[in-house]
Design a protein around this ligand. Sequence first.
Ligand code: AMP
Length: 219
Amino acid sequence: MNVVMLGPPGAGKGTQAVRLAEIYGIPHISTGDIFRENVREGTELGRRAREYMERGELVPDELVIEIVADRLKREDCRNGFILDGFPRTVAQADALKAMLAGEVRALDHVVNVEVPAEVLVKRISGRRTCRECGTNYNVHFEQEEVGEACRECGGQIYQREDDLEETVRRRLREYEAKTAPLIEYYRDEGLLRRVDGDAPPEEVLASIRRVLEGGGESG
Ligand code: AMP
């Protein structure tokens, strides 16, 4: 099953993508995670991506497209993949279509996780992330206080540079200008599946599974 998770930053698509990858036994490919790993390791790619990421802007298409093309060629993607955070522009969507067509593959579903704008700002600016394992917490929503150590692995909890409120607003503007047009793009292709993301994670997961496994809302 070849799936794209679409939706604004903070829609919860990353969390859902991780769960779906486990459930269906296919890899979760997050371009944001790939960039953050490269920044952390100080690679050439990380060095080039960093300035854009810290400003809350999109990294240039050609950098992202090459990474995804390489990743999709790997053996573990043979039975499918969950793309999270890619494509984010029409040029990236065209490139994805072309790379899949070259291997006689195509997308099966594009899941658009819908969440109102004011909820997004609260979700992202309250987000804290583990440096080690990537687990996310939220200071606005967690029952327990979010401490300095990750409850999963003991790693250090921090706030991503691009989760600071001003940067969040810029990321949302980037989303509206460059990524939101993909909703029409995939609707025209008959691939768009709409899911209400303003609900507890377990409910959102159940809605996504319904649409992926057939019989759910689409369009
Ligand atoms: P994310 O974790 O998906 O929110 O991505 C974090 C940051 O990485 C974004 O704000 C962008 O700067 C960059 N990034 C991730 N994926 C893409 C993409 N497909 N196109 C351009 N930039 C991206």
